[in-house]
Design a protein around this ligand. Structure first.
Ligand SMILES: CC(C)(COP(=O)(O)OP(=O)(O)OC[C@H]1O[C@@H](n2cnc3c(N)ncnc32)[C@H](O)[C@@H]1OP(=O)(O)O)[C@@H](O)C(=O)NCCC(=O)NCCS
Length: 218
């Protein structure tokens, strides 16, 4: 299975809504994706889909020309350019009827990025889709000069917490009875200093390990 990531488009909404209903069934309110996609440049929605990147390199070099580390580049710079190739939405033109496997929504407010929603199609969980979404959200937040990322997660949702902790999120507080369906508490988690060198280096290392694990060529 080859995974790719790109911004959500209007035609993805039926699939994204289906994934959301599967992950967060009623009485959890359904997201009005159409309104969110049309209304605000402060909200970004990403989708992971099954498919291939276009083979053309964005910078005009032939594919595979710099898969190896060049000695003149710093390690960090090499990792950065690897990441740029991994996430290249401009290179993707949307093929009709792409199968959407998961989505994430992130809001930007001043120097904060808030991961508002993330879900993966149930049949495709534990195959790296959620991790690719988290990597993409962090990358987007860094690009937009956010200083930190916040999110809320159910106390009982240890799966999602493990994913966030892997990427440097730490527990930052509790919101009592945050979830109206069962009055469960929310754990507030944050990733701070996301543009600091230590965070970026760790992030790039994890991203490369991810790419190796799931066979994504970078
Ligand atoms: C949370 C969720 C997005 C994870 O997506 P996923 O595609 O299954 O996750 P991945 O396969 O990319 O796994 C990445 C990491 O998540 C964690 N993880 C995933 N499944 C896990 C499980 N069953 N138990 C423990 N940790 C798990 C691990 O840290 C894993 O990294 P590892 O492989 O190095 O151990 C997915 O389970 C989901 O959609 N859940 C329902 C919606 C939801 O809870 N959203 C979060 C709201 S805050």
């Amino acid at each position: 299975m080859t995974l790719s990531v790109r911004p959500m488009e209007l035609e993805d909404i039926p699939q994204a809504s289906g994934i959301e209903r599967e992950a967060f069934p009623p009485p959890w309110p359904a997201t009005n994706f159409r309104r969110e996609l049309k209304s605000s440049s402060l909200t970004h929605h990403l989708v992971v889909y099954e498919g291939l990147y276009e083979s053309k390199r964005l910078d005009g070099e032939p594919e595979g020309a710099d898969c190896n580390v060049r000695s003149s580049k710093s390690k960090l710079e090499t990792l950065r350019s690897s990441l740029r190739r991994l996430f290249r939405p401009e290179a993707d033109r949307i093929a009709p009827r792409q199968r959407i496997l998961g989505f994430a929504a992130v809001w930007f407010m001043a120097d904060e990025a808030h991961l508002a929603n993330i879900a993966v199609r149930e049949a495709y969980r534990q195959r790296g889709v959620g991790e690719l979404l988290v990597i993409s959200v962090i990358k987007l937040a860094i690009e937009r000069n956010a200083r930190f990322i916040t999110l809320e997660v159910r106390f009982s949702n240890k799966t999602a917490q493990a994913l966030y902790k892997k990427y440097g999120f730490v527990e930052a507080g509790t919101r009592r009875a945050y979830y109206t369906d069962n009055r469960e508490d929310a754990l507030l988690m944050t990733a701070d200093g996301i543009t600091s060198a230590p965070f970026e280096e760790n992030f790039l290392r994890l991203s490369q390990a991810y790419a190796r694990k799931w066979g994504i060529r970078i």
